[in-house]
Design a protein around this ligand. Structure first.
Ligand SMILES: C[S@@+](CC[C@H](N)C(=O)[O-])C[C@H]1O[C@@H](n2cnc3c(N)ncnc32)[C@H](O)[C@@H]1O
Length: 319
């Protein structure tokens, strides 16, 4: 397998330059802090809508996910972050279970997991938090066997940050960790008005832009690059063909960027106007998501959505 350093350099040497296959690079300590600011921006309806769906439906979601009144439940979450919204579901799960519940948050960010653990320990002491610092794209996360129903949560519309192939691999791995009858709760952002979608990733405070620039700062800090951030500008683009908001950094001039690491010195060339696609945010139709779930072994059982039907929270089952 290619090392991360090599994959980064290869992706930046390609034409077009593309780091979207390494979207998790966004979530170092600084990136995780910036993400918490993104969700507070007026333009970022995703978190508000998803939270509202959970507030209105958490009991229903948990009862339907558990499937059978007698089923004991446990919850695992991919890319839990600080688990702020998940707290709403965990509260409903405690009510359903009438006793303690085990929760496995899985995330690349230690900072986010530490915060999730300390806030849940304080707010919901009956939740037994078992964090796993893992990259769910490149590492195997393992759930211990369990004699009840496992609900895997994958929310924050995070599946939209993966290519279709990567999304399939992630869901396939979830499938392998579950037994027949276990459940998956997946949230997706649907394809709708491109101007609304674009503005979600182009907030007036420039926080999403800063989230992208932080990746260049991280490459400078950890991977030996010397990007001059002043020579780039943020440019989000709606790619109709891919149904994705691509978040690019565009070079303002013709320039060389050096990378000095243990393998020596290498140079990247940027033409004036050339861009790096830093991350994709794919938007879905219900047919696409249905197909993705079917080919990875899940069947949709129920969908909750917001007033605009932009965010779909989907309960699917391994049959
Ligand atoms: C869009 S945020 C969502 C956070 C939270 N679930 C929410 O709904 O607000 C994505 C989270 O997934 C984590 N993440 C992204 N890619 C990951 C990967 N490949 N493996 C593990 N965690 C990842 C990030 O650290 C971040 O906490």
């Amino acid at each position: 397998m290619m090392s991360v350093a090599k994959e980064i350099f290869t992706s930046l040497s390609d034409r077009p330059k593309n780091l979207s296959n390494l979207q998790w690079l966004h979530y170092d300590d600084e990136g995780s802090i910036i993400f918490e600011k993104i969700v507070l921006q007026d333009e970022y309806y995703i978190t508000r809508s998803e939270r509202r769906i959970f507030e209105l439906n958490s009991d229903d979601i948990i009862v339907k996910a558990a499937g059978d009144e007698k089923n004991r439940l446990r919850i695992a979450e991919l890319g839990s972050g600080t688990a702020t919204k998940t707290g709403i579901l965990l509260r409903a799960a405690l009510k359903y279970q009438r006793g303690p519940i085990t929760y496995f948050p899985i995330d690349v960010s230690t900072t986010a997991l530490d915060e999730a653990q300390s806030s849940l320990n304080y707010l919901l002491p009956d939740v037994c938090v078992m964090p796993q610092v893992k990259n769910y794209v490149t590492d195997d996360f393992i759930l211990p066997s369990f004699d009840g129903c496992t609900l895997v949560i994958y929310i924050g519309v995070s599946i939209g940050n993966s290519s279709k192939e990567e999304a399939k691999n992630i869901l396939h791995h979830v499938y392998e960790q579950l037994k027949v009858g276990d459940a998956l709760l997946l949230s997706v952002d649907m394809c709708h008005d491109p101007s609304v979608l674009l503005s979600t990733y182009n907030d007036k405070n420039g926080v999403v832009a800063d989230f992208q620039f932080n990746v260049l700062r991280r490459l400078n800090r950890e991977f030996g690059y010397n990007f001059n951030l002043d020579q780039f500008r943020y440019q989000p683009i709606w790619n109709e063909h891919k149904s994705s908001v691509e978040q690019h950094l565009q070079s303002l001039c013709s320039q060389q960027v050096k990378c000095i690491d243990q393998f020596g010195e290498k140079t990247l060339h940027f033409d004036k106007g050339e861009t790096i696609n830093m991350i994709d945010s794919y938007k879905f139709s219900i047919e696409e998501i249905n197909m993705l779930l079917n080919i990875t072994g899940f069947t949709i059982e129920h969908i909750w959505n917001d007033e605009h039907k932009w965010i779909n929270v989907i309960l699917a089952r391994k049959l």
